[in-house]
Write a protein that binds this ligand. Structure first.
Ligand code: ATP
Length: 789
């Protein structure tokens, strides 16, 4: 199952006052407060009319016969006496108001933010009003209440009447400024607008008066004054200035409206750019996001870790050999009556290319058919004839050098072309026939298929790819998933697990050697792919490069699940083995990844010894445009991998053909030996690492063993037969079912799971067969019968 991306919840730091009550309790408490506030309001109102009558009975509260005149009887009289008389007088009406507001907030489940300040300002107002009433209505103590009266008295003893007055004014100003944003400009504006309204009203009255009093001139005057209000503002804006003096106020009004509209528009654009401004500010304050920061001291492996393999002097030209080969080619062709106009040699590390311009009238196919004869006369293996060389109009004959030069990984890594490569995932494969370093971008390929018979240089090729990336990329930028069913080829990379490898959360080993785990990993990669597409969609970008640029410039918020995305390179060393055992189960996710994963930075490299059609199926081939062929044993294999022959004529030891669609390029693969890889991984592995390998999303596959719960009705039609086979043989293995019942691997695997769920066989035990939990057929019958009951 997909591991859900955990989105961090928005922080509620500013929540403020909140009552941690359940919804029901909030409604109950809210209603109680509202009812109480109504009761208080009516008690207080009624108190003003009944307080004198009820005074005497305040002491007889417990007497059930005593009745009060207050609307809420003794409760109303008592509580009003407490608040109004002994408390704050008229200001006490604030309390039912505050209670009602609080009750409503709770009842409606509104955000209680701001309630506290309402209470603080409410209580401040209560004190101010009661003191002010105590001050101004000194004669009527009931208005200010006992507290207002006493406080006023107390303050007057110290500051006198003027002091109390000034104090009241000062507190009033504080309240107005804080609560109503009161400002002198605000007041001025208020008075100005009032004056303008007044003026315009007066003017209207005046014009009306004029119309009434004049006869002929009335129309003109009327137009002058009234027209701007309706027409000028929209159609005759040029007329506005002359009217300004006369009817300035009227004309100005629509102008103000226009300004209002402008302001609104500005606001919208500001909001739009707000994100960018924020991001710019973050970048200004903290700099761009640096994914390498966590391993800031990481040191790239130095060149010295690689061996020069004796090739420091470059290719040695053997003039004699060149001359000899030329003569042989010319004479062989002459034997077949093919004349040569010109011949040119280009010396590569392992092969020399002789480019021939045949005489006019020679058919190209004739030369092509002589391939074997030329090879025979040159007495050399691995002659390849390219007729014609694309884009050149010449015929090429590639003849292996007697003394091949090893192309060291060191020389290609050190080359300018690789060092200065501005590529996302640069790979230095080796050297071309014209001795140029060949560098390609894996990100552009975007996936690669590699085939070659055993011992021809596949593993070295894979190591060259990985080494290139290790020399160019920081651990934060690229992660490898290594699948190595042979269990020996890629184990060296274990040391860089916490730097460069990615794995499933529950697996101990990062390098995958078990086929079941490969299926889980591929499916997990599919989940990762979907997750990444989701992130790209949210970020409104088209590919991983744009996404990471946007993330680095802090335009994507990590709280929304955004993160820096490293490239993921999946390397499968022996694909034939995998597809033979798991079939569709690996083919489907691989095809899916190959079709879709290019934009989100997941790249696949698949290597196989057996490039037959049942391994490299049509669907896989269609999605792997970049192919590499080392020497293969047959022309058919060459066609399967390259869609062209030629790979069968290679000389081995890293001699390879590379195609990315159209042209086929012959290359000599760079050689990197196992001890060199060991040194590189040791160098990287000894540096500070991440706490764990890069974790892929969790995937729970069908074959995860325990906890499988199959519905009886969902069982396979062969379930019963399979159960009988297993119980009879007392051996719980899928291959037994496969053999006896002639079923496919997948179906047999599913039946085994169903048998486990039914309690007939035990759980998966690695390479051992599962334990059979039912001793004989009779017990099996009973078990199955009991199930149906
Ligand atoms: N680029 C190269 N330059 C020189 N020698 C090479 C090169 N590549 C491979 N070799 C030689 O060929 C040998 C076998 O290579 P490698 O282990 O890569 O073959 P392989 O195709 O992976 O075989 P297998 O499929 O059995 O693992 C190497 O030990 C090395 O001696």
């Amino acid at each position: 199952m997909a591991k859900k991306r955990t989105k961090s919840k928005p922080t509620s730091a500013k929540k403020g006052f909140s009552l941690k009550l359940s919804k029901q309790n909030k409604i109950i408490l809210g209603s109680l407060l509202i009812v109480l506030s109504i009761a208080l309001f009516f008690s207080f109102m009624s108190y003003y009319f009944t307080w004198q009558e009820d005074q005497s009975m305040l002491s007889e509260f417990s007497d059930r016969n005593a009745e009060a005149s207050n609307l809420l009887n003794k409760f109303g009289a008592g509580i009003s006496h407490f608040f109004m008389y002994q408390g704050f007088g008229l200001a006490s009406f604030t309390f039912p108001l505050l209670l009602a507001i609080t009750g409503l907030y709770l009842f409606l489940g509104l955000n209680s933010k701001g309630l506290v300040s309402k209470w603080i300002w409410g209580l401040t107002g209560v004190i101010w009003i009661s003191v002010a009433l105590g001050f101004f209505a000194y004669e009527q103590p009931l208005l200010g209440g006992l507290i207002g009266y006493e406080m006023n008295d107390f303050l007057q003893d110290y500051t006198g009447k003027i002091g109390v007055f000034l104090l009241l004014i000062f507190v009033l100003i504080i309240i107005l400024v804080q609560l109503f944003n009161f400002s002198p400009e605000g007041i001025a504006h208020f008075f100005r607008s009032q004056r303008q309204n007044l003026k315009s009203d007066l003017k209207k009255e005046k014009s009306k008066a004029k119309i009434l009093t004049t006869d002929e001139g009335s129309i003109e005057l009327n137009m002058d004054t009234v027209a701007p209000i309706v027409v000028d503002t929209y159609t005759h804006k040029k007329d506005i200035p002359p009217l300004e003096n006369e009817a300035g106020l009227d004309v100005n009004l629509p102008q103000e409206e226009e300004i209002d509209i402008d302001l609104k528009v500005e606001k919208i654009t500001e909001e739009k750019e707000e994100k960018d401004i924020k991001a710019d500010k973050l970048v200004k304050d903290f700099g761009e996001f640096d994914p390498k920061l966590e391993l800031g001291n990481y040191k790239f492996p130095p060149l010295e870790l690689l061996e020069p393999h004796g090739a420091s002097g470059g290719i040695t030209i053997n003039q004699e050999e060149l001359e000899e080969n030329k003569n042989k080619i010319v004479s062989t062709l002459k034997n077949y009556k093919i004349g040569i106009a010109q011949i040119k040699a280009t010396i590569g590390p392992t092969v020399t290319l002789y480019e021939i311009v045949p005489e006019a009238g020679v058919r190209i196919s004739k030369i092509k058919n002589l391939e074997d004869d030329i090879a025979l006369s040159l007495a050399a293996l691995g002659i390849r004839i390219i007729a014609p060389i694309p884009g050149k109009g010449t015929i090429g004959i590639e003849v292996p050098n007697k003394n091949a030069t090893i192309v060291s990984m060191r020389s290609v890594i050190a080359s300018n072309k690789f060092q200065k490569a501005e590529m996302e995932l640069p790979i230095a494969f080796g050297k071309t026939i014209s001795n140029e370093t060949f560098v390609v971008d894996l990100a552009k390929m975007p996936h690669m298929l590699m085939a070659g018979a055993t011992g021809q240089g596949k593993s070295v090729g894979l190591n060259a790819v990985i080494t290139s990336l290790l020399y160019k990329k920081h651990p934060a930028e690229v992660k490898f998933i290594l699948v190595d069913p042979k269990k020996v080829e890629l184990t060296l990379y274990n040391k860089i697990e916490r730097h460069f490898l990615a794995k499933l959360p529950d697996s101990d080993e990062a390098i995958i050697t078990d086929n079941t785990k490969v299926i889980n990993t591929l499916n997990s990669l599919c989940i990762e792919m979907d997750n990444r597409y989701e992130l790209l969609k949210l970020a409104m970008v088209r590919n991983i490069k744009e996404y990471n640029v946007k993330f680095k410039s802090r335009k994507l918020n990590p709280n929304d699940g955004h993160k820096f995305l490293p490239y993921i390179v999946l390397v499968i060393d022996e694909f034939a083995d995998l597809i033979m055992t798991a079939g569709k189960e690996v083919e489907t996710p691989i095809a899916r990844l190959a079709q879709l994963a290019r934009a989100i930075g997941i790249h696949l490299i698949i290597a196989t010894q057996r490039p037959s059609v049942n391994v490299i199926t049509g669907i896989i081939k269609a999605n792997f445009p970049a192919r590499i062929a080392f020497r293969v044993t047959s022309k058919i294999d060459s066609r399967t991998i390259l869609d062209a022959q030629g790979a069968d004529q290679l000389i081995g030891r890293g001699d390879m053909l590379f195609t990315q669609g159209n042209d086929v390029t012959r290359l000599q693969c760079a050689f990197v030996d196992t001890p060199e890889v060991g040194k590189i991984t040791e160098y990287i592995g000894s540096q500070r690492a991440y706490p764990d390998a890069h974790l892929l999303p969790e995937y729970v596959g069908e074959e995860s063993g325990t906890g499988i719960d199959y519905d009886i009705s969902d069982r396979d039609a062969m379930f019963r037969d399979a159960a009988e086979v297993i119980v009879t043989a007392q051996q719980g293995s899928a291959s037994l079912i496969q053999r006896k019942l002639k079923l496919g691997y997948n179906r047999a695997g599913r039946i085994i799971d169903q048998l486990e769920a039914a309690g007939i066989v035990g759980p998966f035990e690695g390479s051992k067969a599962r334990q059979v939990l039912v001793p004989d057929i009779l017990s099996l019958e009973q078990l199955l019968q009991n199930e149906t009951k």
